[in-house]
Design a protein around this ligand. Sequence first.
Ligand code: ADP
Ligand code: MG
Length: 338
Amino acid sequence: MVFTALFICLFAVGCSRSENVARETVSFEGGIMGTTYHITVVAELSDVASASTAEAIEHALKHVDGKMSTYKADSEISRLNQAPGGVYVPLSAETFAMLQLALEINRETEGAFDITVGPLVNAWGFGPTALENPPTEEELAALRKLVGPDKIELDSLTNSVRKSAKGVYCDLSAIAKGYAVDLVAELLKSRNLNAFMVEVGGEVRCSGLNAAGVPWNIAIEKPVSEGRVLQEVVGLSYISLATSGNYRNFYEIDGKRISHTIDPATGKPVDHALASASVLHERCALADAYATAMMVLGPEKGMEVAERLKLPVMFVLHGEDGTFETRQSDSFGRFVVK
Ligand code: ADP
Ligand code: MG
């Protein structure tokens, strides 16, 4: 999975005490899925029992990577990708559910979010192997025949998937980080830890309040490749934030930026003024996938779909002379910290 660098900045939080019970922040961090994770929990120290929590978090993250990474040849999704066409491949209930969810989001976003873009992602050099040459129009035409939600058939009785041809290739990179965040959130809740911020590769889910007793302050960055500059700060409790952008993971051909977001309708990297899209949703997997969909749809159509789905979104657009313009959907404003 190509996991890009962080799109958000995390605010440091302090410790507080109430009613003689020490409530402290405990942090967990490390690397996974080619990126980093940062988790902060506010709880009584005795609740966190940090060594076993740290181990459980690592285990959950490695579990998702082992199932959904196209970068691991022995992952479940890679097994599906290597399978011949026409045969049903049984999957775990978890990976099967992710494919079902991905198809649902594909319908909702008018085809913009499409995990079957794998062959195109790989051809444009954003898959496990580096790009040698950009694909020719003939190559693209051939690859596009392998792309589309109708190229995978899901059998929910047996949790099996049948590809229409061997070359059909599912890429979960735009949803798996969000799913990993959700899984860690569930894990923390199962341990009765209900005030936390979980972040994997820039996708974040917050629950409860931070140590200062207010919603978690999360900063969305300005979409610039160099350094980290604040664009907007949102206050989040019981909600997730994902940001997609083409300002970290890209390369240039003849001075033109080649984005890692592929428009399934054209087979090509997107090319419009949208520099980043941030989406809020209860489930981080959905926020993650919708954010990629917004990057495909572009500023106008993306906002139309966001309003239809009642999604709180913020877009940052490239303006004239290196400036930026922001646009927010109707429901985004109430999360902004003034
Ligand atoms: P971002 O933070 O920019 O969304 P992600 O890693 O979450 O980055 O998602 C980008 C990845 O999603 C790409 O590298 C590619 O593997 C995959 N992808 C590209 N285009 C699409 C698409 N239209 N639908 C689903 N996944 C896509
Ligand atoms: Mg994403």
